[in-house]
Ligand binder design. Structure first.
Ligand code: MTE
Length: 900
């Protein structure tokens, strides 16, 4: 029996009085708030609640909602519109409160309306303890206060959605956008849940404690469960609470009674608690099943909606919080003027960290150089101050001396030279707990967007004389934050570099793959070109063309490579902006003559453009050029080749055949039934279509898998790249997949530097060469151009050319054209060797494993001593770059490498 029974009885009377009224000094006038100041005088070393001013006013926004009885603080940021009430305080305001948060600023997560509980009903509020118990009981509020030992403990509650806005920036989850202030700390007072449960005498079979609240929601009352053995373990500190910082619970926080489950996600701390039900299985409450879970990252929202199994798998339910931290100072948009600060001036960065399951945060580290090096921050643990204090506080015993678990946030700080900040592009923070769990660099995205805890990153934006700090996001729909900025600029937030364009140093390390807007105009050139002048320079010898309204002279591309410039000649007299800007890999494009045998990526090509810049085409002339292109008849005659280098031709989708879950063969009709396509072996064509959702024109180069002499139709083999949590998905392949039979795309070609004439004769940049062997290295759908040349060789028994195909894929089912390839290998084992290697093989895979690296290249693609070999390469960018480096290292001549 509790010793302070009488005290509680007196306190009970207060429930018939108004909840709180303001005293002269602005603090609440309830008896325990007064006693707080007494304790504070005696023990100034214990962090006590900040001055609190209970709101008395019903805000006008709440008047038309079921919560029109709940007074609230207007400073709270509403995350789900007006109702239900889900709010976080401004991050800096929360931090300023100190270790404990005043109840009016404490974050709120309500799934529905706040139950209306009248003061006079509180003494008879009932809590039933039922289920697998020998002694089912119902206790009223009075008994809960009077008949059980009361404790007071500081506990941080954290919503599992804290920092979810960051997840939503990467990919919309099913949850609303919490910033980094979805957490608050209070001194909770009430009995231990285990004492209450013991009285009902749990049966041996009982394993779980299900809790239910009084809030009636669309899917029943809110409820969830925790394990019974956790409840019975005093170390876990699971309690019921009727007070917060010495005051009666406020309506939003569960008045009059709630559960408080320290170290676990806030969702387990059921408010307006009415039932404890002991069971042998986890709660079957709708909110327990469909909320508070981290499903595996590859489960998409659509899949999770279709497949209930994900929700019922208890392995994906979340209980203990994970380790997390955030920066509070510098604040979002805070500005520093380094010049005024002097060389030795410092800035103190500050923030919070927490972990779950009672584990202590044992380090917080800061990096200013993208995680290459780390500095150790100082940590303060205000919670520890209570461990020394074994007395009563707010009518409950503070009893933490013996228990070593940490259930509260801690604060970190680090003094940083301002000059160091000016050299950094971001402050990165990560925390580690005593189990050595450490925040990851990369986000683990999941359907509900919960438990988001990657390194907290504050971007440092430099201006001429200031530096400005940018947090990752701002809560709710508030604009701001580097994630939004990067995304708007087209950056990929999942690229491992926070979506930012990399600095020069990294560009080198990444083989020039950075995307930066490159100036394509000649500095200071101010010359207008009219239509007549433009047209006067349109010939195979002088191929002027237009990109983005600017006129360029392609003559220089021809120099030295007269034959290889077929593509630039095709561009003559045309506005080729679309093709130029839409195609990422420049060697697919008209201008692939620029560097002859070298792969010219689009950035290099763009950077060369100022040299060829002639001037700006007059607006009226540009219009004439466009009208001219529009009026060009795209319909040829039946005996004319379908492909026209200067004209986009329409092609109708006639069939679409799925050959695996993500791979299809699209057949397009040419203009006439028996029309020849006109694609030389080894060349490719461009396909253009408008994305039906974004109206954006997309152009990509493809090599059909149909025979080059097939008439009337062409077949494209396409692997559809659907989005995953980490990849955006392929724009073109997804748009193609959306096409209906009868829809049109546009096609132009042929293009390419290589034509295979048969019998080992190759036209490379329009120069004929004799080749004894091809080393064909490809990955994924890069097989298609390779396959076209291979087929030409092996289906002609008279062709003596030797082919080795080194085909890299992830899994066996990713290998395209597998049957055909293997049948060629079986038929022509002398001339044709096919080697597959897989990076993610199944246990049954007997073939090679791993990427196409130097070892495999040495074995299957050695250079020939006589220079009569060509290496044909096609695959993802990274694979092509690595292959090129590997081959050159082995002694291949760059002129013998052909990238499709
Ligand atoms: N209990 C009930 N009855 N209804 C609720 O909507 N929300 C849960 C939990 N308990 C909820 C509840 C969630 S998700 C969280 S994060 C915490 O309450 C939030 O507690 P607070 O609003 O007091 O901060």
């Amino acid at each position: 029996m509790a010793t302070e029974t009488l005290g509680y009885k007196e306190e009970m009377l207060e429930y018939s009085l108004p909840v709180s009224s303001e005293s002269d000094n602005g603090s609440t006038s309830q008896s325990d708030s007064d006693s707080a100041s007494t304790v504070s005088d005696l023990l100034p070393d214990i962090p006590l609640p900040p001055p609190s001013k209970a709101p008395t006013e019903i805000l006008s926004v709440d008047l038309d909602t079921p919560d029109n009885h709940v007074p609230r603080d207007p400073r709270l940021i509403r995350l789900t519109g007006v109702h239900p009430f889900n709010v976080e305080p401004p991050l800096t305001t929360l931090f300023k409160e100190g270790f404990l948060t005043s109840p009016e600023l404490f974050y709120v997560r309500n799934h529905g309306p706040v139950p209306r509980v009248r003061d006079e009903d509180i003494p008879t509020w009932e809590l039933s303890i039922e289920g697998l118990v020998e002694n089912p009981i119902t206790l009223d509020f009075r008994q809960i206060l009077q008949e059980f030992d009361q404790i007071t403990a500081p506990i941080t509650l954290v919503c599992a959605g804290n920092r979810r806005k960051e997840q939503n920036q990467v990919r919309k989850s099913k949850g609303f956008s919490w910033g980094a202030a979805g957490l608050s700390t209070a001194l909770f007072t009430g009995p231990m849940m285990r004492d209450i449960i013991k009285r009902a005498k749990p049966m041996r079979r009982a394993k779980y404690v299900c809790m239910e609240g009084a809030d009636k929601l669309p899917n029943g009352f809110y409820g969830t469960s925790v394990k019974l053995n956790w409840v019975m373990d005093p170390n876990r500190g699971i309690m019921l609470a009727h007070k917060m910082n010495g005051e009666d619970l406020r309506p939003d926080h569960g008045r009059p009674l709630r559960a408080v489950v320290p170290g676990q996600i806030g969702g387990r701390s059921v408010k307006w608690l009415t039932k404890l039900i002991l069971t042998d299985a986890p709660s079957d409450n709708w909110y327990h099943i469909y909320d508070n879970r981290v499903l595996p990252t590859m489960v998409s929202p659509e899949q999770s909606a279709k497949e209930p199994k994900w929700w019922y798998d208890d392995r994906y339910a979340i209980y203990d919080l994970n380790v997390n931290s955030a920066v509070v100072h510098p604040q979002h948009d805070e500005v520093l003027r380094p010049a005024k600060a002097g060389p030795t001036a410092t800035y103190t960065a500050q923030g919070y960290a927490y972990a779950g399951g009672g584990r202590r945060i044992n380090r917080v580290e800061i990096s200013l150089d993208k995680g290459k090096s780390w500095r150790l921050a100082n940590i303060e643990y205000p919670e520890d101050k209570y461990r020394e204090y074994e007395s009563n506080l707010f009518g409950g015993k503070v009893d933490m001396f013996w228990r070593e678990t940490c259930f509260c946030w801690c604060f970190w700080n680090l003094e940083i030279l301002i000059s160091d900040l000016t050299e950094s592009d971001a402050i990165l923070v990560r925390a580690m707990d005593e189990a050595l769990s450490i925040q990851p660099r990369d986000m683990y995205w999941s359907v509900l967007g919960m438990m988001n805890n990657p390194w907290f990153r504050v971007a440092v934006i430099k201006d001429s004389d200031t530096i400005r700090f940018e947090h990752p996001t701002q809560p709710a729909l508030m604009p701001g934050g580097w994630m939004e900025r990067v995304k708007k600029a087209g950056g990929d937030l999942t690229n491992g570099h926070w979506g930012e364009v990399m600095s020069n140093e990294e560009v080198e390390a990444n083989n020039g793959k950075a995307v930066e807007e490159i100036n394509m105009k000649k500095e200071g050139l101010d010359r207008k070109v009219d239509f007549a002048e433009f047209k006067a320079h349109v010939s195979p010898e002088e191929p002027w063309f237009v990109v983005n309204g600017e006129v360029y002279d392609g003559t220089k591309f021809l120099e030295g490579h007269p034959g290889g410039a077929q593509s630039i000649v095709s561009a003559a007299g045309m506005d080729v902006s679309e093709e130029f800007l839409a195609i990422r890999k420049f060697h697919f494009l008209y201008l692939d003559g620029i560097n002859t045998n070298k792969t010219t990526d689009s950035e290099t090509a763009k950077a060369m453009m100022p040299d060829y810049h002639i001037g700006t085409l007059e607006k009226a002339s540009l219009k004439v050029l466009h009208d001219e292109a529009q009026n060009q008849s795209s319909l040829g005659t039946p005996d004319e080749k379908y492909l026209q280098p200067k004209v986009w031709k329409k092609a109708e989708l006639s069939t679409k055949r799925s050959i695996s879950w993500d791979t299809r063969i699209f057949t397009f009709k040419l203009d006439y039934d028996l029309q020849p396509l006109g694609l030389p072996t080894g060349q490719h064509l461009m396909v253009k279509l408008k994305d039906s959702t974004t109206s954006e024109s997309i152009i990509r180069a493809y090599t059909p898998i149909s025979e080059t002499n097939q008439q009337g139709t062409l077949d494209l083999l396409i692997k559809v790249y659907t989005p995953t949590p980490t990849e955006k998905g392929g724009k073109m392949t997804m748009a193609l997949d959306k096409l209906a039979i009868g829809d049109n795309v546009e096609i132009k070609g042929p293009l390419g530097r290589l034509t295979y004439l048969g019998h080992g004769k190759v036209l490379l940049n329009d120069k004929q060469r004799d080749v004894k062997s091809f080393r064909m290295i490809c990955g994924g759908s890069g097989i298609t151009p390779i396959y076209q040349v291979l087929r030409a060789v092996v289906t002609n028994a008279q062709d003596p050319t030797h082919c080795v195909v080194l085909d890299g894929n992830r899994m066996e089912e990713d290998i395209l054209c597998r049957e055909e390839l293997d049948s060629y290998a079986a038929l022509n084992d002398e001339r044709c060797t096919i080697v597959h290697t897989l990076t993610k093989p199944s246990g049954d895979w007997k073939g090679l494993k791993g990427r196409i690296g130097e070892e495999l290249l040495k074995q299957y693609a050695p250079p020939s001593a006589d220079g009569d070999s060509l290496a044909l390469i096609c695959g993802p960018e990274g694979m092509e770059t690595a292959t090129k480096a590997g081959l050159l290292k082995m002694g291949w001549d760059e002129n013998d490498l052909v990238f499709f």
